[in-house]
Ligand binder design. Sequence first.
Ligand SMILES: *Cc1c(COP(=O)(O)O)cnc(C)c1O
Length: 362
Amino acid sequence: MISYPIGLVPGPVSVPPKIREAWLTDFGSSDLEADFYDLYAQNQKLVQTLLETKESVVITSGEAMSILWGGVKSALRPGERLLAVASGLFGEGFADMARAIGAEAEVVAFPYDDVPDPGKVREAVRRFRPQVVTAVHCETPSGTLNPHLRELGEIAHEADALFVVDFVSSGGGAPIGVDESLIDIGLLGSQKVLSLPPSLSVSTVSARAWSVFERVGYGGYDAYLPWRRVPEVRAMPYTHDWQGMTALNVALNAIMEEGPQNAYARHARAASLCRTMGREAGLTLFPAREDICSPTVTAFNVPDGWTWPELDAALRKKGLVAGGNYGSLDGRVFRIGHMGSQADEALVKRGMEVLGEVLRSK
Ligand SMILES: *Cc1c(COP(=O)(O)O)cnc(C)c1O
């Protein structure tokens, strides 16, 4: 079995003992027991509090990609239009998904080391007249955090489009404010800040989104419609991941006990320490400006004189595992993930000391 003592991958993150223990809970009976629905309802309420929303919460089995797909399929019919606001890989991915289901898609693209400019998005929305506008809060591969959600939400709503936001890697680590940001479909994964295994997905769904889902009428494993009145109807479209639901309850309660504001501050401190120690080690940040750096993940340029596979191997030899990258950032940008259980200054300090030692060794 492979295991690294200093885990700083930007998801899936290290699962803390308390959550692993909860995972092993044996209900002793079926997932359709009343207790399970109560647990589901409790988790819905906790998510509403954490994400600051009065809209509904849906918790499904499957890794976060399942709800990105489910959201796109539920919100669009073939031939309808999706505008993907993108300053990174996940942003662009929404356009590919829309095309795959026969919808039209356009990307309003910004450099990967920057964040979207709402003015340009407004122009694109007025011209393209999409039914859906998508955005990403934290572009995990680029290490950036989009500060313009509210403005983008207003722009989408002015055009009567649904506003879909992927906050898979920031929810719980940075304030989201789903209602304040006018988010119709909010998408959160379990293996990032929540520090669970990658098997559950959490969505927020606005009343506007539900009426679009009704109009589109999509049915399928990843469809939202069958979840509309869970848990009231005491029926689910499939056997749920009840171990995950128990562990999610522990994870959400832990954030509530800490206090969401304190959790955000802990992430900000870990990120700040990571940037400072990276700079001291001679690294440069990938994002163009420090004020758009995410509190959950830091992206550095691979330093001169190193290839990423070489640096990655040297770090692993010393017990540190960081994140590489994908697409055009592959080999050029690497990442330190300090989200959830890894938003820990002592862990980040240890990791960045190892990184500094390795860089000095050459
Ligand atoms: C992790 C993540 C997802 C889910 O993608 P996987 O690559 O399957 O983990 C979606 N969106 C964002 C922004 C993410 O960070």
